[in-house]
Write a protein that binds this ligand. Structure first.
Ligand SMILES: CCCCCCCC/C=C\CCCCCCCC(=O)SCCNC(=O)CCNC(=O)[C@H](O)C(C)(C)COP(=O)(O)OP(=O)(O)OC[C@H]1O[C@@H](n2cnc3c(N)ncnc32)[C@H](O)[C@@H]1OP(=O)(O)O
Length: 187
């Protein structure tokens, strides 16, 4: 998880969403951020300054592991999704290669988890980043944190590997195609 020698600081893309701007979903059926997943996290992220993101996710009953507490895997999903959203600011498509999580405090159902993430370094296709999740809001105690390594991919990664039904549907949706291709035609 430590960037190798030769890693460079991340560069915010000139056409990245402005600080404070909501990012919207990258795919309606995404378990992390999609609106079409009733039990999904429906996490909403906003661009921050530099190559940073903030996001919010409210823990619901469907997200329990122990009675009244969020499942650790769901919290890891919230961290993964927030870290994944950072790539809007670099305007590259990237997938998680490694995700190292720390669970510092239990997170009760009903909690708003306030997440912050930043890209720390880039080395060729490797993007190093970290995130924290706080209870209740930006001043709350840190409950979860993660360090991650994302790997840049082209849109063909999804076309070649996704189940054909969903890929066909995504390719038939002009908004989805626009969202995906924008990353490649405006490097
Ligand atoms: C029109 C159609 C519609 C499409 C619409 C799509 C829109 C989508 C938009 C946005 C989507 C974002 C979704 C976010 C969701 C949240 C994030 C997730 O949960 S993502 C899911 C979980 N992750 C995976 O499923 C990855 C599975 N793994 C792989 O597919 C491969 O292993 C992959 C692509 C990660 C790497 O494979 P290689 O063959 O391309 O590349 P190699 O050559 O192996 O690696 C490149 C460099 O990275 C290092 N590397 C790769 N994997 C590593 C790892 N796990 N740990 C450490 N280093 C790793 C290698 O050592 C190499 O480094 P050196 O350049 O030589 O220094």
């Amino acid at each position: 998880m430590t960037p190798p020698p030769g890693a460079v600081p991340p560069v915010r893309h000139p056409e990245a969403p402005a600080p404070g701007e909501p990012l919207g979903t990258h795919y309606e059926h995404c378990f992390g951020c999609g609106g079409a997943q009733p039990h999904g996290l429906q996490l909403s992220a906003r661009a921050g300054a530099g190559v940073t993101i903030t996001a919010e996710f409210t823990v619901r009953e469907a997200h329990q592991g122990a009675p009244g507490l969020a499942h650790g895997g769901v919290l890891a999903t919230a961290l993964d999704e927030t870290l994944g959203s950072l790539h809007w600011l670099l305007r590259v498509i990237a997938v998680t290669g490694r995700l190292q999580t720390e669970f510092l405090r239990p997170v009760p159902v009903g909690t708003l988890l306030y997440l912050e993430a930043e890209v720390t370094a880039v080395h060729r296709r490797k993007i190093y980043c970290s995130a924290t999740g706080r209870l209740g809001g930006p001043d709350g105690p840190v409950a979860v944190r993660a360090d991650a390594l994302f790997i840049e991919v082209k849109v063909d990664h999804f076309i070649d590997n996704g189940r054909p039904e969903e890929i066909r549907a995504a390719m038939a949706d002009p908004d989805q195609v626009k969202r995906a291709r924008a990353f490649e035609v405006n490097p």
